[in-house]
Design a protein around this ligand. Structure first.
Ligand code: ACM
Ligand code: ZN
Length: 542
């Protein structure tokens, strides 16, 4: 005979269990899907779960699930095999050409099956990333995790990106990132449905890409003997350690292939005519003064830039020949920013060039430089992207794409001139700026870009007409690494602001909700905890 007390405890336990089971499902995905229709119940992965490719789907579609399958294998011990039929305990892949874009997908998660629809492998890949985010964070573990229910909430998700260009940049020149670190970064971009990696490969402080015709670019240009750095007392001090590194062309092909499997295109950046000291240290004959130069160890803007004499164009074309052959994408970023005109103003060859081409001044020489390189690349089937200074001077070639970084004005002007535009304004999207005003932040370059500011940025400038606004391809955050000397420090500056970037690139402005984002971010943090990512916790104090 049970006592009354025992019965009451029994009733309490039942009620609590009921409350837990009927608790609303949560859909903690970043970027937030455009539409979620909640449902009750869950689908649970186990060793019998299969991936079913319906008729009409090529076997490659199964490859789009490779990251999810890899995580299921490592953390859950589940081998997600592919079959051509099956009705229960399955993920059914179904072709759907009616969706808005090749990146769109639809997920229907039911208790005994998941139906994934997409028109293209990219859509299937994004569906798989959403499933990965819905799984318990232990899915990120590289070792087998016991006693985890590998469940995702039932519901229907209809999803499509707002912008076609969703980018993250990385400066590997001020401080080097190894090939493996770059691949790790690409993994993180893919997890958040970012589809472009802007690889900033050349600078005053280093040249990082092997060019077979000009071996000294990396033999000399990839290394520097000293670096001006902060010490712990935040005073500037020379660090006399010789540092450097570069990517061979084989390394680059490997990274391109790695990114492609994750539906990420790479935009390589070869800086010209400024930010060129490392190249000039290797080949001083392509400067105005003849040098000599050493690879820079200070940060900033330097007067020694590429000279506009004929031989320099031959040199740059030799470099761009190899870059164009290496990267299988239509666009090459040619820099164009922060090019002082001092040397050109005093250089006989540059002044002769100005006369011969009928240019008014050194600003027009800058546009001559950019357009000439643009025409050369056009002959190789490539188009150029440049920082907003490429609007300087006298008429930019029409199919050049402008990256607006000095605020949004360059982007607005470019869109009005009919150029396609990528918005990357420093006051919202420079991740080398401080993210917190708390004491104890590591030294940053300056500025203040808390995650909320990133989140609130609307990539389409309000002053554009709808026709002009169609030129806004998308949005990107930049990671300049002057004050990010190592991978953990870079992670601290990138995460979690990258999640806000991913969401503003994906979700239409009218669907954004910062409090809701903050809530979902907590779930993402659990994934990052398992991965050991050194993300900033500044948001807890905001
Ligand atoms: C830039 O930040 N100089 C493009
Ligand atoms: Zn010159």
């Amino acid at each position: 005979m049970k006592t009354l007390k025992q019965l009451m405890i029994f009733a309490f336990v039942l009620l609590t269990a009921q409350a837990i089971w009927s608790q609303e499902n949560e859909y903690t995905i970043i970027p937030k899907p455009v539409q979620v229709q909640p449902a009750t119940g869950q689908f649970t992965f186990n060793s019998a779960t299969r991936l079913v490719l319906e008729k009409g789907l090529k076997p490659e579609v199964a490859d789009a699930f490779f990251t999810l399958a890899g995580h299921l294998k490592a953390a859950a011990g589940i081998d997600l095999k592919t079959t051509r039929s099956g009705a229960s305990n399955v993920i059914i892949c179904r072709p759907n050409k009616q969706l808005l874009s090749p990146e769109s997908y639809r997920l229907n998660i039911e208790k005994n099956r998941i139906i994934v629809e997409a028109g293209d492998p990219a859509g299937f890949f994004y569906a798989s990333q959403s499933l990965r985010q819905l799984l318990p964070a232990a899915i990120e573990s590289s070792t087998l995790q016991e006693n985890v229910r590998w469940a995702v909430p039932c519901g229907r998700i209809d999803d499509t990106p707002n912008y076609r260009y969703r980018g993250m940049h990385l400066d590997v020149c001020r401080h080097f990132s190894t090939k493996e670190e770059v691949m790790g970064y690409i993994d993180q971009l893919a997890f958040l449905k970012i589809n472009t990696f802007h690889w900033h490969l050349t600078e005053d402080q280093a040249w990082r890409i092997e060019i077979k015709k000009y071996p000294r670019l990396t033999e000399v240009g990839a290394f520097r003997n000293r670096t001006l750095a902060y010490n712990s007392a935040r005073s500037l001090q020379w660090d006399n350690t010789r540092v450097g590194g570069f990517y061979t062309q084989d390394d680059i092909r490997e990274v391109i292939d790695y990114a492609k499997k994750r539906f990420i295109q790479i935009i390589p950046e070869i800086e010209l005519p400024g930010h060129a000291v490392a190249a000039l240290a290797a080949y001083p004959e392509y400067s105005c003064s003849g040098g000599p130069f050493t690879v820079e160890g200070k940060w900033g803007i330097f007067n020694d830039v590429f000279c506009s004499r004929e031989e320099t164009f031959g040199f740059l074309e030799g470099i761009l020949d190899e870059v164009a052959a290496l990267f299988p994408y239509p666009y090459i970023h040619i820099g164009g920013d922060e090019c002082p005109k001092l040397r050109w103003s005093r250089c006989h060859a540059c002044q002769e060039r100005i006369k011969a081409e009928g240019l008014k001044n050194e600003h027009e020489l800058q546009s001559y430089f950019v357009n000439r390189i643009g025409r050369f690349l056009a002959s190789k089937g490539k188009k150029i992207i440049g920082w907003d200074e490429i609007l300087e001077g006298d008429g930019l070639m029409p199919d050049a794409v402008v990256m607006s970084w000095r605020g949004t004005e360059g982007g607005v002007a470019a869109a009005r001139q009919g150029h396609d535009v990528i918005m990357t304004p420093n006051q919202y999207l420079y991740l080398d700026y401080y993210q917190s005003k708390e004491s104890g932040e590591p030294p940053a370059i300056g500025g203040f870009v808390p995650i909320q500011k990133v989140y609130e940025y609307n990539p389409t400038p309000a002053e554009l007409t709808p026709a002009e606004a169609r030129h806004i391809w998308g949005v990107q955050a930049n990671v300049w690494t002057e004050y990010m000397p190592n991978p953990k420090h870079r992670e601290y500056m990138i995460f979690p602001r990258i999640a806000a970037l991913a969401e503003i690139a994906w979700l239409p402005q009218d669907k954004k909700d910062y409090n809701d984002f903050k809530h979902r971010l907590l779930a993402l943090f659990r994934h990052y905890d398992v991965e050991g990512i050194n993300y900033s916790k500044a948001i807890d104090k905001q």
